[in-house]
Design a protein around this ligand. Structure first.
Ligand code: 5GP
Ligand code: ZN
Length: 113
């Protein structure tokens, strides 16, 4: 998939709607359309990067920003505990090829997938 047909790039450009919970110059976070837990957010970079396989040293600050945003958003959304999941590659369960961190939690027993 190239970035012109990338659904998450379209969300970044506000061409399709999403429930956005955070935005700055580099990152966007929004609610997953098909949540697997009471709270299920996706943190993405605005830059189109396919997945962890495409990440290089130059992305280390961006990746750490994404990771550090997770506990902030978890807290703001009332979570006392959460899980971060990063599916990478088709065989890693990735369906949208624009890197995203799933941040989810809220049920008694955390969902495992
Ligand atoms: P993956 O399997 O690639 O790690 O996860 C993709 C996630 O994106 C899925 O959890 C799916 O529900 C979510 N998703 C797919 N399309 C959309 C969309 O148009 N809007 C939102 N908010 N989430 C989406
Ligand atoms: Zn994209």
């Amino acid at each position: 998939m190239n970035k012109d047909d990338c659904i998450f790039c379209k969300i970044v450009k506000k061409e399709i709607p999403a429930s956005i919970v955070f935005e700055d110059e580099e990152l966007l976070a929004f609610k997953d359309i098909n949540p697997i837990d009471k709270v299920h957010l996706l943190i993405i970079p605005k830059e189109h990067i396919e997945n962890l396989f495409s990440c290089e040293k130059k992305h280390k600050e961006l990746l750490s920003k994404m990771l550090l945003l997770a506990p902030k958003l978890a807290k703001e959304n009332g979570l006392e505990g959460f899980r971060v999941m990063i599916n990478s590659g088709e065989k890693g369960g990735q369906e949208v090829f624009h890197i995203h961190f799933h941040v989810y939690g809220g049920s008694e027993k955390i969902a495992k997938i």
